[in-house]
Design a binder for this molecule. Structure first.
Ligand SMILES: Cc1cc2nc3c(=O)[nH]c(=O)nc-3n(C[C@H](O)[C@H](O)[C@H](O)COP(=O)(O)O)c2cc1C
Length: 345
C-alpha cells in the first residue's frame, strides 16, 4: 500500500488496490456501497461499479417484481455488463420476507451473482444462493453473529459498528473496535462499515486487517442518488453531530438525521412507547420515501444516516466522491509507509 505522487504532489491512484474482497468480487478497489432502502437504485449502484467499487441494489425498494426486474436490467445496461450486487434485507415481518424471496429468484434469473444479506441470519436464503453459485456477503453488527454466519458458509462478512447509518443493531461498539475483535475469530474476507466517509479511514481499515470498507451515508447526496435536491442540501448541511439513534428501547436501533420527525419519535419513545404501532406513520418507510426523498420535505421521515455524513460536503457525482476517497487513502498509505523502516517497504 505505498503511494506514488505526480510532479504536482497529487497522489497517483492505482487502478487496483487488491485484497481478498477485490479478488472475490472482481473489482479494482475495496470500496463497497451498502444497500440503501429507496436510494441504492440502478443508477447509483452502476456509478459505484463504474468507479471501480461494488454496490448493492435494495431488493425491496421497487414497488413491483416487474419494476425490480427492470431496475436490474437498467443496471446491467449502465455498467455495460459488469457485475453488480443486490441487497436482501430480511425482516421480522414475514410478509416482507416473501418479497425478498421472490426478488432473490428474480435477481438470480437475471444473472446477478453477488448478494449482501442483512437484517437476520441468511439461513433461509442460502440454499438457493449457494445452488446458483452466488457470492454471499452477510452484514451484521455483533462479532458473535459474524462467527455464526461464518459457520453457515457465507463467502464474506461485513461487520458494522454503532456509527452505522440505518440499523446498527444493539451492538454498542464502534466500527474499529468491533472489527479488531472480529479479526481474532473471522477467517473469511471481512468488510468493515459504519462511520466511514474519508480515505484516511479506508487506509486505517486495511491496515487493521480488513479486506474492504462498506459505506452508505457518504453517498446519500451523490448526484446519482434518487432523492430530491432539498434532501441532498439537508445532507450537506448536516455535520457529524447531526444524527441520533432512536428505537433502541424496542430492540430496533435506527440511526437517522436528527430532524423534526426524529425528535417526535424520540419524545414518544422517552414517554414509554414499547411497540412500533405507537409511533404510527412517523416511522413508516413509505412516508419517508414520499415526503422526504421524493418531495424534499427533509424534516419529515426517518432519514437513515450516520456521522460519516459530516464528510459529505457537496452534492457531487459518485466518480468525484470515489476519486477523493482513493486519493485520501493513498495519502494516508504514503504516511504510513514513511513510518516503516526501509526494509519493510
Ligand atoms: C439511507 C440509508 C439506507 C439504508 N438502508 C439499508 C437497507 O435497506 N438494508 C441494509 O442492509 N442496510 C441499509 N443501510 C446501511 C448501509 O447499507 C451501510 O451498511 C451503512 O450505510 C454503512 O454505514 P455508514 O452509513 O456509516 O457509511 C442504509 C444506510 C443508509 C444511510
Amino acid at each position: 500500500m505505498k503511494a506514488d505522487f505526480d510532479a504536482g504532489g497529487v497522489p497517483v491512484i492505482p487502478d487496483q488496490l487488491p485484497t481478498r474482497i477485490t479478488e472475490l468480487l472482481g473489482i479494482g478497489w475495496p470500496l463497497l456501497l451498502g444497500g440503501m432502502m429507496w436510494l441504492s437504485d440502478a443508477r447509483l449502484v452502476a456509478a459505484v461499479v463504474q468507479a471501480g467499487g461494488m454496490g448493492f441494489i435494495t431488493a425491496r425498494s421497487s414497488r413491483t417484481d416487474e419494476e425490480f426486474r427492470e431496475e436490474l436490467r437498467k443496471c446491467n445496461h449502465l455498467t455495460g455488463g459488469k457485475a453488480f450486487g443486490v441487497n436482501l434485507t430480511l425482516s421480522r415481518r414475514a410478509e416482507q420476507n416473501e418479497v425478498i424471496h421472490r426478488r432473490m429468484h428474480i435477481a438470480l434469473d437475471e444473472g446477478v451473482r453477488m448478494f449482501e444479506t442483512a437484517g437476520l441470519p441468511p439461513t433461509p436464503l442460502l440454499p438457493s444462493l449457494k445452488q446458483a453459485n452466488a457470492l454471499v456477503i452477510h452484514k451484521c453488527a455483533h462479532v458473535r453473529h459474524a462467527v455464526a454466519a461464518q459457520k453457515l458458509g457465507v463467502d464474506a462478512l461485513t461487520l458494522v459498528g454503532v456509527e452505522e447509518g440505518g440499523h446498527p443493531g444493539s451492538n454498542q461498539l464502534p466500527t474499529f473496535l468491533n472489527g479488531t475483535y472480529a479479526l481474532e475469530d473471522i477467517h473469511i474476507p471481512l468488510v468493515l462499515g459504519g462511520g466511514i466517509g474519508h480515505g484516511r479511514q479506508i487506509a486505517a481499515a486495511l491496515a487493521l486487517g480488513a479486506d474492504a470498507v462498506m459505506m452508505g451515508s457518504i453517498f446519500t447526496c451523490a448526484v446519482e442518488t434518487p432523492a430530491h435536491g432539498a434532501y441532498k442540501q439537508r445532507v450537506v448541511a448536516t455535520d457529524q453531530h447531526g444524527t441520533r439513534a432512536v428505537l433502541g428501547s424496542l430492540g430496533d436501533t435506527w440511526r437517522i438525521i436528527d430532524n423534526e420527525n426524529a425528535r417526535k419519535v424520540a419524545e414518544i419513545e422517552q414517554a414509554g412507547a414499547r411497540s412500533h404501532s405507537e409511533f404510527g406513520d412517523l416511522i413508516s418507510g413509505e412516508r419517508t420515501q414520499a415526503l422526504a426523498y421524493q418531495a424534499g420535505l427533509h424534516e419529515e421521515g426517518m432519514l437513515s444516516m450516520g456521522p460519516a455524513v459530516g464528510f459529505a460536503r457537496a452534492v457531487e457525482p459518485v466518480e468525484a466522491i470515489m476519486l477523493r476517497l482513493k486519493q485520501e487513502c493513498m495519502v494516508a498509505c504514503q504516511r504510513f509507509g514513511q513510518l516503516l523502516p526501509a526494509s519493510m517497504t
